[in-house]
Design a protein around this ligand. Structure first.
Ligand code: NAP
Length: 530
């Protein structure tokens, strides 16, 4: 048993090395060696019958292997087992995907808004009718509990539905002219081919939040999902084909991230890069986009403060901060990273919150009742361990958890750490794991200052029953999203995005369309002639 587990851990470490450092000598296997773990045979059969088990890239409507036959393994983070092999693509495949997207652009952008809207609506219906299978696929490759994974499918599909409707509302403007013989207009037109690079923590929703508005506006797309979670992206692409979205409008390549990224950046046919992921990679892409002066949208890392004032309703604050912290085992960019608690309520909150955290059931996301799955891989666990050790060595106190879960491997105990100070890494960097650091404050000014003392500016949360304070603090927080007495605030109808080093641009809502549209000013002259 121990030997098998060690072998799986070695496979996970090897895969991380092969895929994440993108070494030239990658693991090579032939397409016939593709496999799905035995435990998930029932799922395999269901996915196959729906045509959703796709293990090749999609270029110009054709399912395609890497040109040199190289593959990478997709692992189940809960067990370390190999789920499937997918192609390890690079620059050549990406250039072909860009050409396909470029070729498809003219006809796709010239469809009427109603036609594009109908395609998106059909895709939405297919995503929803396959939500069970897609949810299982997410749990299999990403690890989150099945109920949460199906929730992601609903959330991810909601962007396709929303933008199917917005496709019909790309209104231009007529501007009052300053000269009598002129008429001034503004047209909105699609930016062109879009390169969309997405992370592993929401394998579906981070894609649909970009592709929905891009397609609605008339853009075509080359998607690069994370090497860790490509299967959901491929299944979604298959459903897009089934929905009648023409070949080339949506392409998927995966594998060697820097090579794929560089090909997207270098191409003058790609007019926009939209990225969700770490701030470090976002900065590289922004720099690389300068070469061809591409537009960029960046959804980057956060360091969300969650401020609990003395006058908060304790139950609401515990429930809200629990949701804000522990969703996806703490692996979301909007996860509360610092619980900043006023001294009058600190002890009561710490006790009630720790009690609630203790009840979170940890395990394989397919098991009944589990609400905390594994972390994405072992290096994620090691990062959490090092942050916790740093805090302990500087005087923080473990109130709950504080170590690997007895399930081992990728599982970490839901943890609460008290007396965290601003010099500890836990309060400065995104922990991206199930660890809630509690910090103490005295005054409202101090809370705002602690909250804003970071380069990140994505999400923030406040718990208070004082309406004036809620408004005052909301205005003072340097963040793109603020939840007041609520820990789960993302929705397709509201703008999502960060300030400072958390990013540029907004996704979701009517504002999400602007990211994929160019304005064209048109001046009609000689308009008084009869
Ligand atoms: P990451 O390492 O930056 O990876 C994100 C994507 O970029 C992956 O597809 C990755 O490919 C790719 N990539 C890596 N290096 C690249 C390069 N040189 N050129 C082009 N692409 C490259 O981030 P992650 O670890 O997957 O995701 C976690 C981060 O995402 C966290 O910081 C989180 O806060 C952030 N995030 C932000 C939002 C938001 O909306 N603001 C939402 C979710 C997550 P491979 O995986 O194949 O290497």
């Amino acid at each position: 048993m121990k030997v098998a587990r060690l072998a799986r851990m070695a496979a996970m470490a090897r895969n991380k090395l092969l895929c994440s450092s993108h070494l030239a000598s990658m693991h090579i296997s032939t397409p016939t060696s593709r496999q799905i773990s035995m435990k998930t045979e029932g799922l395999t059969a269901r996915l196959n019958s729906a045509g959703l088990l796709r293990t090749q890239g999609l270029i110009g409507g054709k399912w395609t292997d890497a040109y040199d036959g190289k593959t990478i393994q997709v692992l189940n983070p809960a067990t370390g087992e190999v789920v499937a092999d997918v192609p390890c693509m690079g620059g050549k495949e990406t250039n072909d995907a860009i050409s396909s997207a470029h070729d498809a652009f003219y006809s796709w952008s010239n469809l009427t808004c109603t036609e594009r809207s109908k395609h998106l609506r059909t895709w939405y219906n297919l995503l929803i009718s396959h939500k069970e299978e897609l949810g299982q696929l997410i749990t299999l490759e990403q690890g989150k509990p099945l109920k949460e994974a199906i929730g992601e499918v609903n959330y991810g599909a909601s962007f396709i539905e929303f933008f199917a409707e917005e496709a019909k509302r790309v209104y231009g403007d007529i501007i009052p002219a300053t000269l009598g013989d002129r008429r001034l207009l503004v047209l909105k037109q699609p930016v062109g081919v879009v390169g969309a690079i997405t992370p592993w923590n929401f394998p579906l929703a981070m894609i649909t939040r970009k592709v929905g508005p891009a397609l609605a506006c008339g853009c075509t797309v080359v998607i690069k999902p994370s090497e860790l979670t490509p299967l959901t992206a491929l299944a979604a692409a298959e459903l897009a084909l089934q929905a009648g979205i023409p070949p080339g409008v949506l392409n998927v390549v995966m594998g060697n991230a820097p090579d794929i990224g560089n090909a997207l950046l270098a191409s003058s046919q790609v007019r926009k890069i939209t990225f969700t992921g770490s701030t470090a990679v976002g900065k590289k892409l922004m720099e690389g986009a300068a070469g061809t002066v591409k537009r960029v949208s960046l959804e980057l890392g956060g360091n969300a403060p969650c401020i609990i004032f003395d006058d908060a309703d304790l139950d609401v604050a515990v429930k809200g901060s629990l949701a804000a912290k522990f969703r996806n085992s703490g692996q979301t960019c909007v996860c509360a990273n610092r619980l900043i608690v006023q001294e009058g309520i600190y002890d009561k909150f710490a006790e009630a919150f720790s009690k609630a955290v203790q009840n979170l059931q940890v395990g394989d996301g397919f098991s009944e009742g589990v609400v905390q799955g594994p972390l994405i891989n072992e290096s994620a666990v090691q990062k959490v361990e090092s942050f916790v050790q740093d805090a302990i060595s500087k005087g923080a106190k473990v109130l709950l958890g504080g170590k690997r879960h007895s399930l081992g491997m990728t599982f970490y105990e839901p943890t609460v750490i008290g007396d965290v100070k601003s010099e500890m890494i836990l309060s400065r960097e995104e922990v991206f794991g199930p660890v809630a650091p509690l910090m103490r404050f005295k005054t409202e000014e101090e809370a705002i200052s602690i909250a804003n003392n970071t380069n990140a500016g994505l999400a923030a949360y406040i718990f208070t029953n004082n309406i004036q304070r809620s408004w005052r603090v909301t205005e003072a927080l340097e963040y793109g999203l603020v939840g007041v007495n609520e820990g789960l605030i993302s929705t397709e109808v509201a703008p999502f995005g960060g300030v400072k080093q958390s990013g540029i641009g907004r996704e979701g809502s009517k504002y999400g369309m602007d990211e994929y549209l160019e304005l064209k000013y048109v001046c009609l002259g000689d308009m008084n002639r009869k």
